[in-house]
Design a protein around this ligand. Sequence first.
Ligand code: 3SL
Length: 235
Amino acid sequence: MKIFVYHTPELVPAEGNPDCAIAVDILRATTTIATALAAGAEGVQVFSDIDELMRVSEAHPPELRIRVGERGGKTVEGCDLGNSPFDFTPDVVKGKRIFMSTTNGTRSLQKVQNAKSVLACAMINLGSVLKYLRETKPETVWIVGSGWEGSYSLEDTTCAGAIAANLEDEADFGNDEAVAAATLYKAWKGEVEELFYQASHGKRLLKLDCAEDIAYCAKLDVVDVLPKQSSVGLL
Ligand code: 3SL
């Protein structure tokens, strides 16, 4: 297994496709996706464009769909929910299809759509992703951080590093970013919540009164779910 880390979707190579691509958007899209699936959502379809989300979801029965839209941390007008994982409870999402567009996370998932397998990873489902990698042993793994509008984000690199660091005895690191991410995670292991408050998006979310979201996003292995891309979205 050879692990490559890319800090943002923009840094993903234009050529080549990995055996497994893992999108990471700790604050908060991949955390929310894992939470929604663990709560019984039927699946999550991601869109980079809100108009496209509205158009495609129109064909789905309204009582069986949830439209999720976030821009700049806030709920998009006309959508049912924003991106706080706490809104995705079983009574709200069970059996429903989620149509989701967020500022950065859904863009990174779309960017790696052509990989042989595509996963969404957060701290809260790290163990499930590690188990999948250990069992399937993909030859090449790309871990793609979502960043913020094209720039680096500390929290996504921390999670990328958590994947890489846990596999360092079983895998090779394919680029310096993977080495750096693993080093970052090992330096902050056990204190990732504190680190997330220092991240620029952590600060942005604090201004939006989302401290509880950050604390939840920093938790390790609270759900046993593997969001994996299929022809009908992440299941
Ligand atoms: O950028 C994203 O995709 C979102 O996760 C951002 S937010 O945490 O919902 O503000």
